[in-house]
Design a protein around this ligand. Structure first.
Ligand code: SAM
Length: 296
């Protein structure tokens, strides 16, 4: 039974343990060995690596990872999967199972305990109902993460990789691209999973920057500005920032800041690059310091 991701093996495990798939946990088990290999290959796992897997499920990918990596820490929320994992992974002595919600675990603590604080590689077939919170936790935690190679909904992967002026470009694109370089490495159809999800999937690799590509004074304010710009993405930036709850930046102030940056007062947020958003945040901040008007 061990060592295979083929559909038959998965069905046998589900039957043997009378396991009922939990939709609420986004359980779509990967059953295509070609895709498994592609993920592990894209993550460039070697014996020197410590891997953090989010949601090991039945352990199909965990086994692939354990065969290549030095150590694997696998965080699974569903306690009913733990006895199954303990049995299916019993042949490996380099796997640590953690029964917890990934949104609640201390990532720094895991990197410290598992890898002496050295960078860890994250690899996962993510549960789609909380993809964005997981990605943002990984990126914002500042825990030592070397790379993040994950299966996500294709639409979300497209949004992470999108650039200005495209329909997929938004707050998620900018947040991800502030921390990491995204690269979609594979498209994955629904028939690679049991049960089949209703959406197409993609594998994306995020390689973390040592330093963000732009300097901002206050990250929280910077991201509040970006969220406000895209909350009403069809509006001009001057209107969107004026209407935004908690910001209420007067239209003239945004228009003047845009003018100093060589941008039209009618520009929409979706046209600005990460660098231009950083410059706009800086301009608005400077004006605020000069005029003593609070941004928020
Ligand atoms: N890795 C397995 C595979 O590829 O077949 C399972 C992937 S399945 C898409 C997502 C897995 O994440 C499930 O095992 C699910 O129980 C687990 N999961 C869901 N929410 C979680 C959370 N908040 N923290 C940790 N694991 C979670």
């Amino acid at each position: 039974m061990a060592g295979s991701g083929i559909p038959q093996t998965t069905i046998e495990i589900l039957r043997k343990y009378d396991f009922h798939i939990q939709k609420k946990y986004g359980q779509n088990f990967l059953v295509d060995t070609g895709v498994l290999d592609r993920i592990v290959e894209a993550a460039e796992i070697g014996r020197e690596d410590c891997v953090l897997e989010i949601g090991p499920g039945l352990g199909t990918m965990t086994r692939c990872l354990a065969e290549r990596a030095g150590r694997v820490a696998a965080v699974e929320i569903d306690r009913n999967l733990i006895p199954i994992l303990e049995e299916t992974l019993s042949g490996y002595d380099n796997i640590t199972l953690i029964n917890n919600d990934i949104l609640k675990v201390d990532l720094d603590g895991i990197a410290g305990e598992m890898n002496g604080g050295r960078p860890v590689k994250v690899v996962a077939n993510l549960p789609y109902y909380i993809t964005t919170p997981i990605i943002m936790k990984l990126l914002e935690s500042r825990a030592p993460l070397q790379s993040i190679t994950v299966m996500v909904q294709k639409e979300v992967a497209d949004r992470m990789q999108a650039g200005p002026g495209t329909k997929d470009y938004g707050a998620l694109s900018l947040a991800v691209q502030y921390y990491a370089r995204p690269e979609i490495v594979a498209s994955v159809p629904p028939n690679c999973f049991i049960p089949r999800p209703n959406v197409e999937s993609a594998v994306i690799r995020l390689t973390g920057y040592r330093e963000p590509p732009v300097q901002v004074r206050d990250e929280a304010e910077f991201f509040a500005l970006i969220r406000a710009a895209f909350n009403q993405r069809r509006k001009t930036l001057t209107n969107a920032l004026c209407n935004a709850q908690g910001l209420h930046i007067p239209k003239e102030r945004t228009a003047q800041a845009l003018c100093r940056l060589g941008l039209e007062p009618t520009v929409r947020g979706e046209a600005l690059t990460l660098e231009q958003f950083a410059a706009l945040a800086e301009e608005l901040q400077e004006r605020q310091c000069g005029s003593q008007e609070p941004i928020s």
